[in-house]
Design a protein around this ligand. Structure first.
Ligand code: SER
Length: 314
Protein backbone atom coordinates (compact mmCIF):
# COMPACT_ATOMS: atom_id res chain seq x y z
CA UNK A 1 0.00 0.00 0.00
CA UNK A 2 1.36 3.42 -0.98
CA UNK A 3 1.55 6.08 1.71
CA UNK A 4 2.35 9.47 0.25
CA UNK A 5 3.63 12.59 1.98
CA UNK A 6 3.39 15.98 0.26
CA UNK A 7 5.39 18.86 1.75
CA UNK A 8 4.48 22.38 0.66
CA UNK A 9 1.02 20.89 0.31
CA UNK A 10 -0.84 24.22 0.10
CA UNK A 11 1.42 26.05 -2.36
CA UNK A 12 0.91 26.48 -6.09
CA UNK A 13 1.77 22.87 -6.96
CA UNK A 14 0.60 21.16 -3.77
CA UNK A 15 -2.89 22.66 -3.99
CA UNK A 16 -3.45 20.75 -7.21
CA UNK A 17 -1.18 17.76 -6.58
CA UNK A 18 -2.75 16.68 -3.26
CA UNK A 19 -6.28 16.25 -4.70
CA UNK A 20 -4.84 14.42 -7.75
CA UNK A 21 -2.91 12.00 -5.51
CA UNK A 22 -5.93 11.54 -3.24
CA UNK A 23 -8.01 10.58 -6.24
CA UNK A 24 -5.41 8.16 -7.60
CA UNK A 25 -4.26 6.51 -4.38
CA UNK A 26 -7.13 7.09 -1.91
CA UNK A 27 -7.65 10.00 0.43
CA UNK A 28 -6.54 8.00 3.46
CA UNK A 29 -3.12 7.36 1.86
CA UNK A 30 -2.08 10.97 1.30
CA UNK A 31 -0.59 13.15 4.06
CA UNK A 32 -0.37 16.91 3.65
CA UNK A 33 2.28 19.05 5.35
CA UNK A 34 2.32 22.79 4.80
CA UNK A 35 2.85 26.06 6.61
CA UNK A 36 0.54 28.14 4.41
CA UNK A 37 -3.04 28.79 5.47
CA UNK A 38 -4.96 25.56 5.22
CA UNK A 39 -8.05 26.11 3.06
CA UNK A 40 -11.30 25.77 5.02
CA UNK A 41 -12.54 23.10 2.61
CA UNK A 42 -9.41 20.92 2.80
CA UNK A 43 -10.47 17.31 3.15
CA UNK A 44 -7.64 14.93 4.01
CA UNK A 45 -4.87 13.94 6.42
CA UNK A 46 -2.86 16.80 7.87
CA UNK A 47 0.53 16.30 9.49
CA UNK A 48 2.64 18.82 11.37
CA UNK A 49 6.39 19.22 10.93
CA UNK A 50 9.17 21.40 9.60
CA UNK A 51 11.30 20.33 6.63
CA UNK A 52 14.36 22.01 8.18
CA UNK A 53 13.98 19.86 11.33
CA UNK A 54 14.95 16.31 10.37
CA UNK A 55 13.60 14.71 13.53
CA UNK A 56 10.10 16.11 12.96
CA UNK A 57 10.23 14.72 9.41
CA UNK A 58 11.50 11.35 10.62
CA UNK A 59 8.54 11.08 13.00
CA UNK A 60 6.03 11.73 10.20
CA UNK A 61 7.73 9.21 7.92
CA UNK A 62 7.99 6.47 10.55
CA UNK A 63 4.54 6.97 12.06
CA UNK A 64 2.78 6.82 8.71
CA UNK A 65 4.93 4.24 6.90
CA UNK A 66 5.61 6.73 4.08
CA UNK A 67 6.57 5.14 0.72
CA UNK A 68 6.65 8.27 -1.49
CA UNK A 69 7.51 11.88 -0.70
CA UNK A 70 6.65 14.76 -3.00
CA UNK A 71 8.91 17.36 -1.45
CA UNK A 72 7.56 20.68 -2.69
CA UNK A 73 8.25 22.94 0.30
CA UNK A 74 10.43 25.85 -0.73
CA UNK A 75 10.75 29.60 -1.05
CA UNK A 76 10.34 30.93 -4.61
CA UNK A 77 12.86 33.04 -6.53
CA UNK A 78 11.85 36.54 -5.44
CA UNK A 79 11.24 35.53 -1.81
CA UNK A 80 14.63 33.79 -1.75
CA UNK A 81 16.45 36.99 -2.77
CA UNK A 82 14.94 38.72 0.28
CA UNK A 83 16.61 36.25 2.65
CA UNK A 84 19.29 34.13 0.94
CA UNK A 85 20.33 32.38 4.19
CA UNK A 86 16.80 31.25 4.88
CA UNK A 87 16.36 30.23 1.24
CA UNK A 88 19.42 27.98 1.43
CA UNK A 89 18.28 26.49 4.73
CA UNK A 90 14.79 25.69 3.49
CA UNK A 91 15.42 24.94 -0.19
CA UNK A 92 18.68 23.02 0.04
CA UNK A 93 18.64 21.97 3.72
CA UNK A 94 15.05 20.73 3.49
CA UNK A 95 15.90 18.56 0.48
CA UNK A 96 19.05 17.20 2.15
CA UNK A 97 16.96 16.13 5.15
CA UNK A 98 14.49 14.30 2.89
CA UNK A 99 17.28 12.58 0.93
CA UNK A 100 19.01 11.52 4.16
CA UNK A 101 15.78 10.03 5.49
CA UNK A 102 15.20 8.29 2.13
CA UNK A 103 18.54 6.51 2.58
CA UNK A 104 17.25 4.93 5.78
CA UNK A 105 13.54 4.54 5.11
CA UNK A 106 13.81 3.70 1.39
CA UNK A 107 10.97 5.90 0.17
CA UNK A 108 10.80 7.35 -3.34
CA UNK A 109 11.31 11.12 -3.68
CA UNK A 110 9.97 13.73 -6.07
CA UNK A 111 11.58 17.14 -5.85
CA UNK A 112 11.05 20.04 -8.24
CA UNK A 113 13.97 21.82 -9.80
CA UNK A 114 13.24 24.79 -12.04
CA UNK A 115 14.24 26.78 -15.10
CA UNK A 116 15.99 28.84 -12.40
CA UNK A 117 18.79 26.24 -12.48
CA UNK A 118 19.83 27.92 -15.74
CA UNK A 119 21.55 31.27 -15.96
CA UNK A 120 22.85 33.94 -18.32
CA UNK A 121 25.42 31.61 -19.90
CA UNK A 122 22.76 29.02 -20.84
CA UNK A 123 21.44 29.05 -24.44
CA UNK A 124 18.03 30.74 -24.15
CA UNK A 125 16.12 29.12 -26.98
CA UNK A 126 15.35 25.40 -26.89
CA UNK A 127 17.61 25.12 -23.87
CA UNK A 128 19.20 21.66 -23.97
CA UNK A 129 18.98 19.07 -21.19
CA UNK A 130 22.73 19.09 -20.61
CA UNK A 131 24.06 22.62 -20.68
CA UNK A 132 25.68 25.39 -18.66
CA UNK A 133 24.17 25.74 -15.16
CA UNK A 134 25.42 29.05 -13.77
CA UNK A 135 22.40 30.63 -12.07
CA UNK A 136 22.69 34.09 -10.57
CA UNK A 137 19.97 33.71 -7.90
CA UNK A 138 20.24 31.86 -4.56
CA UNK A 139 17.08 30.03 -5.58
CA UNK A 140 18.86 28.77 -8.71
CA UNK A 141 22.06 27.93 -6.82
CA UNK A 142 20.03 25.75 -4.43
CA UNK A 143 18.30 24.10 -7.40
CA UNK A 144 21.60 23.16 -9.09
CA UNK A 145 23.04 21.88 -5.80
CA UNK A 146 19.82 19.95 -5.16
CA UNK A 147 19.84 18.38 -8.61
CA UNK A 148 23.40 17.18 -8.08
CA UNK A 149 22.50 15.82 -4.64
CA UNK A 150 19.59 13.84 -6.11
CA UNK A 151 21.93 12.27 -8.65
CA UNK A 152 24.63 11.66 -6.04
CA UNK A 153 22.20 9.98 -3.61
CA UNK A 154 20.92 7.80 -6.44
CA UNK A 155 24.39 6.70 -7.51
CA UNK A 156 25.91 6.41 -4.04
CA UNK A 157 22.97 5.13 -1.95
CA UNK A 158 20.33 3.99 -4.45
CA UNK A 159 17.85 6.66 -3.34
CA UNK A 160 15.14 6.78 -6.04
CA UNK A 161 14.85 10.57 -6.34
CA UNK A 162 13.22 12.02 -9.46
CA UNK A 163 12.98 15.62 -10.54
CA UNK A 164 11.59 18.04 -13.13
CA UNK A 165 12.83 21.50 -14.00
CA UNK A 166 9.45 23.19 -13.72
CA UNK A 167 8.88 26.16 -16.00
CA UNK A 168 6.69 29.01 -14.72
CA UNK A 169 3.47 27.39 -13.54
CA UNK A 170 0.03 28.97 -13.72
CA UNK A 171 -2.90 27.76 -11.63
CA UNK A 172 -5.74 29.30 -9.64
CA UNK A 173 -6.23 27.09 -6.60
CA UNK A 174 -3.47 28.65 -4.45
CA UNK A 175 -2.97 32.39 -4.12
CA UNK A 176 0.08 33.54 -6.13
CA UNK A 177 3.44 33.27 -4.36
CA UNK A 178 6.66 35.27 -4.36
CA UNK A 179 7.98 34.17 -7.75
CA UNK A 180 9.01 35.78 -11.02
CA UNK A 181 6.66 33.88 -13.30
CA UNK A 182 3.78 34.44 -10.88
CA UNK A 183 2.73 37.52 -12.84
CA UNK A 184 0.85 34.95 -14.92
CA UNK A 185 -1.32 34.22 -11.85
CA UNK A 186 -1.56 37.78 -10.45
CA UNK A 187 -2.79 39.03 -13.81
CA UNK A 188 -5.98 36.97 -13.56
CA UNK A 189 -6.71 38.31 -10.06
CA UNK A 190 -6.22 41.81 -11.46
CA UNK A 191 -8.55 41.04 -14.35
CA UNK A 192 -11.39 39.71 -12.22
CA UNK A 193 -11.01 42.03 -9.23
CA UNK A 194 -10.27 45.34 -10.98
CA UNK A 195 -10.36 44.84 -14.75
CA UNK A 196 -6.70 45.91 -14.93
CA UNK A 197 -3.20 44.83 -13.95
CA UNK A 198 0.21 46.45 -13.54
CA UNK A 199 2.84 43.90 -14.63
CA UNK A 200 6.19 43.66 -12.79
CA UNK A 201 7.95 42.30 -15.90
CA UNK A 202 8.54 43.98 -19.25
CA UNK A 203 5.97 43.24 -21.91
CA UNK A 204 8.43 41.20 -23.98
CA UNK A 205 9.79 39.02 -21.15
CA UNK A 206 9.43 35.62 -22.77
CA UNK A 207 9.58 32.67 -20.38
CA UNK A 208 8.82 28.94 -20.55
CA UNK A 209 5.43 28.35 -18.91
CA UNK A 210 2.92 25.57 -18.23
CA UNK A 211 -0.63 25.25 -16.97
CA UNK A 212 -0.76 23.45 -13.65
CA UNK A 213 -2.79 20.45 -14.90
CA UNK A 214 0.01 19.55 -17.31
CA UNK A 215 2.56 19.92 -14.50
CA UNK A 216 0.58 17.63 -12.19
CA UNK A 217 0.17 15.00 -14.88
CA UNK A 218 3.88 15.07 -15.75
CA UNK A 219 4.87 14.91 -12.09
CA UNK A 220 2.77 11.83 -11.36
CA UNK A 221 3.76 10.17 -14.67
CA UNK A 222 7.45 10.64 -13.84
CA UNK A 223 6.98 9.12 -10.39
CA UNK A 224 5.03 6.17 -11.82
CA UNK A 225 7.52 5.42 -14.62
CA UNK A 226 9.62 2.25 -14.23
CA UNK A 227 13.04 3.10 -12.74
CA UNK A 228 14.86 1.74 -15.79
CA UNK A 229 13.21 4.44 -17.94
CA UNK A 230 14.71 7.26 -15.87
CA UNK A 231 17.98 8.15 -17.59
CA UNK A 232 18.24 11.64 -16.07
CA UNK A 233 18.90 11.59 -12.33
CA UNK A 234 19.62 15.29 -11.92
CA UNK A 235 16.38 16.82 -13.23
CA UNK A 236 14.47 16.61 -16.51
CA UNK A 237 13.87 19.60 -18.75
CA UNK A 238 10.08 19.96 -18.76
CA UNK A 239 8.38 22.16 -21.32
CA UNK A 240 4.94 23.07 -22.61
CA UNK A 241 4.37 26.61 -23.85
CA UNK A 242 6.19 29.92 -23.73
CA UNK A 243 4.81 33.42 -23.90
CA UNK A 244 5.42 37.05 -23.01
CA UNK A 245 3.19 39.17 -20.76
CA UNK A 246 2.03 41.00 -23.90
CA UNK A 247 0.96 37.74 -25.54
CA UNK A 248 -0.95 36.69 -22.42
CA UNK A 249 -2.68 40.08 -22.35
CA UNK A 250 -3.69 39.67 -26.00
CA UNK A 251 -5.22 36.30 -25.17
CA UNK A 252 -7.15 37.75 -22.22
CA UNK A 253 -8.37 40.64 -24.38
CA UNK A 254 -10.02 38.16 -26.76
CA UNK A 255 -12.41 37.38 -23.88
CA UNK A 256 -12.31 40.72 -22.01
CA UNK A 257 -11.66 43.45 -24.63
CA UNK A 258 -11.73 46.20 -21.97
CA UNK A 259 -8.96 44.65 -19.85
CA UNK A 260 -5.94 46.94 -19.51
CA UNK A 261 -2.40 46.00 -18.56
CA UNK A 262 0.35 48.49 -17.84
CA UNK A 263 4.02 47.65 -17.38
CA UNK A 264 6.06 48.78 -14.41
CA UNK A 265 9.03 46.39 -14.42
CA UNK A 266 10.55 45.61 -11.03
CA UNK A 267 14.36 45.64 -11.43
CA UNK A 268 14.95 42.50 -9.32
CA UNK A 269 12.19 40.47 -10.95
CA UNK A 270 13.04 41.64 -14.47
CA UNK A 271 16.72 40.78 -13.95
CA UNK A 272 15.75 37.30 -12.76
CA UNK A 273 13.51 36.81 -15.80
CA UNK A 274 16.29 37.92 -18.15
CA UNK A 275 18.66 35.36 -16.65
CA UNK A 276 16.29 32.46 -17.47
CA UNK A 277 15.62 30.67 -20.78
CA UNK A 278 12.78 31.47 -23.15
CA UNK A 279 11.98 27.95 -24.32
CA UNK A 280 12.99 24.44 -23.35
CA UNK A 281 14.05 21.28 -25.20
CA UNK A 282 12.35 18.51 -23.24
CA UNK A 283 13.01 15.66 -25.67
CA UNK A 284 14.59 13.48 -22.94
CA UNK A 285 11.35 13.56 -20.89
CA UNK A 286 9.37 12.79 -24.04
CA UNK A 287 11.45 9.80 -25.04
CA UNK A 288 12.16 8.37 -21.56
CA UNK A 289 8.69 8.39 -20.03
CA UNK A 290 6.29 9.74 -22.65
CA UNK A 291 5.88 13.36 -21.54
CA UNK A 292 3.30 15.19 -23.65
CA UNK A 293 1.82 18.57 -22.67
CA UNK A 294 -1.78 19.25 -23.62
CA UNK A 295 -2.71 22.79 -22.67
CA UNK A 296 -1.89 25.75 -24.92
CA UNK A 297 -2.05 29.46 -24.09
CA UNK A 298 -5.64 29.86 -25.28
CA UNK A 299 -6.88 26.93 -23.23
CA UNK A 300 -4.86 28.03 -20.19
CA UNK A 301 -6.43 31.50 -20.35
CA UNK A 302 -9.94 30.06 -20.56
CA UNK A 303 -9.53 27.64 -17.66
CA UNK A 304 -7.78 30.19 -15.45
CA UNK A 305 -10.65 32.63 -15.91
CA UNK A 306 -13.36 30.02 -15.38
CA UNK A 307 -11.65 28.52 -12.32
CA UNK A 308 -10.79 31.81 -10.68
CA UNK A 309 -14.26 33.24 -11.31
CA UNK A 310 -15.73 30.34 -9.42
CA UNK A 311 -13.15 30.59 -6.65
CA UNK A 312 -13.70 34.33 -6.18
CA UNK A 313 -17.48 34.04 -6.58
CA UNK A 314 -17.47 36.46 -9.56
N1 SER B 1 8.34 29.92 -10.95
C1 SER B 1 9.36 30.09 -9.98
C2 SER B 1 9.57 31.51 -9.67
O1 SER B 1 9.24 32.34 -10.48
C3 SER B 1 10.65 29.52 -10.46
O2 SER B 1 10.73 28.17 -10.30
O3 SER B 1 10.09 31.80 -8.63
Amino acid sequence: MRKILVTGAFGLVGSDLVPALQEKFGKENVFALGNKTIPADFDGNLVKGDVTDISSMETIIKDNGITDVYHLAGILSVGSEKDPDLAWKVNFGGLKNILDLAKTYKFKVFWPSSIAAFGPTTPKVDTPQHTSLEPTTIYGVAKVAGELMCQYYWKRYGVDARSLRYPGLTGYKAPPGDGTTEYSVHIFYGLLNEGKYSCFLKKDARLPMMYIDDAIKGTIDLMEAPPENISVRTSYNFGAINFTPEELVAEIKKLYPNFTCTYDPDPVKQAIAESWPQSIDDSAAKSDWGWKPEIDLTKMTEVMIEGLKEKLGK
